[in-house]
Design a protein around this ligand. Structure first.
Ligand code: COA
Length: 159
């Protein structure tokens, strides 16, 4: 069932004039202000199933060697079917084609499932931005009963 779903997912860059999937972006990053800062310098990719946008990710060039996945989100009803894993692999392929040396992704200390998924996909913790969420988000927030305080940066070497 999931295999059939995954085979029918197509991933492509968002075309000029196409609506930005803000609902999905906000699912991964609750700050519209933060999204507005990186979006103009990033490329948005969408995943379609049966003509409908079901997921997206955003790639931001940190420098000549490093691409960052700034945002990745799968529509709630489609989560847990392997689409997130597929998108991480697509993002990695894109970074390789662009000649990048590293691909990185940041997540919160409280994002236990995401940490599991990223490490399983070959990303390793390379940096901790202590207090990132305390400093950049106005309200405290919790996931899995853990306060979201620090950003863990995970990276994967591509060559
Ligand atoms: N909790 C526990 N496990 C999780 C998980 C979570 N939140 N998200 C993914 N996993 C695990 C799956 O169980 C699966 O494990 P397996 O390979 O051992 O079977 C593996 O990771 C792959 O999962 P997959 O189905 O490919 O993930 P997904 O399609 O649900 O996408 C997210 C993962 C995180 C992109 C998706 O859940 C999502 O959009 N979440 C909301 C937005 C978000 O948090 N974005 C990331 C911000 S850092």
């Amino acid at each position: 069932m999931n295999e059939a779903l995954l085979q029918n997912i197509s991933v492509r860059p968002l075309a000029a004039g196409e609506p930005v999937p803000y609902e999905l972006l906000l699912d991964a990053d609750p700050s519209m202000e933060a999204i507005a800062k990186y979006l103009p310098f990033s490329e948005v990719f969408i995943a379609l199933y049966a003509g409908k946008v079901v997921a997206c990710f955003v790639l931001y060039p940190v420098d000549a060697d490093t691409l960052e996945i700034k945002n990745i989100a799968v529509e709630e009803s489609c989560q847990g079917k392997g689409i997130g894993k597929l998108l991480l692999r697509e993002a990695t392929e894109i970074a390789i084609k662009k000649g990048m040396q590293n691909i990185i992704i940041g997540t919160a200390n409280s994002s236990v499932g995401q940490l599991y998924l990223y490490q399983k996909e070959g990303f390793e913790i390379s940096d901790i931005r202590y207090g990132f969420f305390l400093q950049n988000y106005p309200e405290p927030f919790f996931e899995n009963g853990i306060q979201c305080k620090h950003m863990l940066v995970l990276s994967k070497k591509l060559s």
